[in-house]
Design a protein around this ligand. Structure first.
Ligand SMILES: O=C(O)[C@@](O)(COP(=O)(O)O)[C@H](O)[C@H](O)COP(=O)(O)O
Ligand SMILES: [Mg+2]
Length: 420
């Protein structure tokens, strides 16, 4: 019995997976494709006496396309194979055991096409791009943000003061770092209270809405307790390390129905996304997080310190923001129906000198976030924040940075330090 069915026309209701597969020595693409379809649907390494014909007929995956040259394998999975509203179990099928089999030398998931029937089982973002714009009254430009640095070590009181400096310097958003939780020198409750006090003052002084991305990542029950504290405080956002917390926690958290928007940090993603031969690419993870319902998602910068090409990050941006994503040489067409667009977060090694390039690559529906690029400014946090704002003003007005810097001291100082 083979799962190869090259005459099969996928149904609209099928879930499709686009793999790149390396056959083991002495084996061909048909062999490896068959093994992947087998293990990721109903089969195992030998024939089964318990495999009823109706199970085979109704639930087996079908390899409907093999591209020998590019080592691509496309597999269609009938929807009945899955519990629709159970993302962890769906991934356990199509992106589970298959990565560890000897019968596959290397395996990469390039894309998953989610059918309408499955998409309708998920909430998607509560706010998304438009909701965050409504929340902040920022409509026609990218958001600017920073991460409090050093990422760990500041006492809660100083954390709040640095946040205040960043906000009054002109940034919209201040974020906890991915590894800041409730360490003894910066307890969660105290940090939340002190930072929100400063946020109120900064909003008062600037007349602008400010955002605090407080990190609630913790074991699930504790994460929920922290989310309740944030909801009681009236803060608009929480931040979750979504990859580390897991698909189950992220789905459940979104279904808890908290009022806050979700800023998704992807720390650890590169453990499975970075190797182009093996693992799951960030585009596929980003689709899962859009479906599960994050409002902001880190996707890379192309120009900063983290890996990811301009083509890769801009394709991910399209995937999390377009209503209908067109197919291309390594991506399925994907319709998103009612699922809102996600705000893309460009972060990692950025400074004011990068602002024009990031906007050129990713457009306006983004958060441009800089930690070292703000707190490393020669004149400190407030000047670093001002320099980011000035860089964005220059970009929005179409003025070259060097030109604008002539009249803007903080930007000039930033470019001198970070570019020259
Ligand atoms: O800790 C850091 O490195 C950052 O806070 C950036 O700080 P800097 O601005 O000081 O580099 C973010 O966690 C990374 O951007 C995450 O990477 P990604 O956005 O690619 O997931
Ligand atoms: Mg960080």
């Amino acid at each position: 019995m083979t799962y190869i069915d090259l005459n099969y026309q996928p149904r609209e209701s099928d879930l499709l997976v686009w793999f790149r597969a390396e056959p083991p020595a002495g084996k061909d693409m048909k062999y490896v494709a068959d093994r992947i379809a087998e293990e990721s649907s109903i089969g195992t390494w030998t024939d089964l006496k318990t495999l009823l014909p109706e199970i085979w007929e109704k639930l087996r995956a079908r390899v409907y396309e093999i591209d020998e040259k590019n080592k691509y394998v496309k597999i269609a999975y009938p929807l009945h194979l899955f519990e629709i509203k159970n993302m962890p179990a769906i991934l356990a099928s199509v992106a589970g055991n298959v990565f560890g089999m000897k019968s596959v030398e290397a395996l990469r998931v390039l894309d998953i096409r989610f059918p309408k029937e499955l998409i309708q089982g998920y909430l998607g973002p509560k706010y998304g791009v438009q909701g965050v714009r409504e929340m902040t009254k920022v409509y026609d430009r990218p958001f600017l943000g920073t991460i409090i640095k050093p990422k760990i070590g500041l006492p809660a009181k100083m954390h709040a003061e640095v946040a205040y400096e960043a906000w009054v310097g002109g940034l919209d958003i201040v974020k906890d770092d991915e590894n800041l939780a409730s360490q003894e020198f910066n307890r969660f409750e105290e940090r939340l209270a002190l930072t929100l006090e400063k946020k109120d003052i900064a909003e008062e002084e600037t007349g602008e809405k400010k955002i605090y991305l407080v990190n609630i990542t913790a074991p699930y029950k504790e994460m929920i307790r922290r989310a309740e504290l944030v909801q009681d405080s009236g803060n608009e956002f929480v931040m979750i390390d979504v990859f580390i917390s897991g698909f189950s926690a992220v789905q459940s958290y979104r279904e808890e129905g908290f009022k806050m928007a979700i800023h998704a940090h992807r720390a650890m993603h590169a453990a499975i996304t970075r190797n182009p031969e093996h693992g799951i690419n960030m585009l596929t993870l980003a689709k899962v997080y859009r479906l599960l319902g994050v409002d902001n998602l880190h996707i890379g910068t192309a120009v900063g310190k983290m890996e990811g090409s301009a083509k890769e990050v801009s394709e991910i941006r399209e995937e999390i923001q377009l209503e209908n994503v067109p197919a291309n040489e390594s991506r399925f067409e994907q319709k998103w129906y009612e699922i809102k667009p996600v705000l893309a977060v460009a972060s990692g090694g950025l400074h004011p000198g990068h602002v024009p390039a990031v906007v050129d690559i990713l457009g306006k529906d983004i958060v441009i976030q800089a930690g070292g690029g703000v707190h490393g400014h020669p004149e400190g946090t407030r000047a670093g924040a001002k320099a980011m704002r000035e860089a964005l003003e220059a970009k929005m007005q179409g003025i070259p940075l060097e030109e604008y810097a002539k009249e803007h001291k903080e930007l000039r100082e930033a470019l001198e330090k970070f570019l020259h």
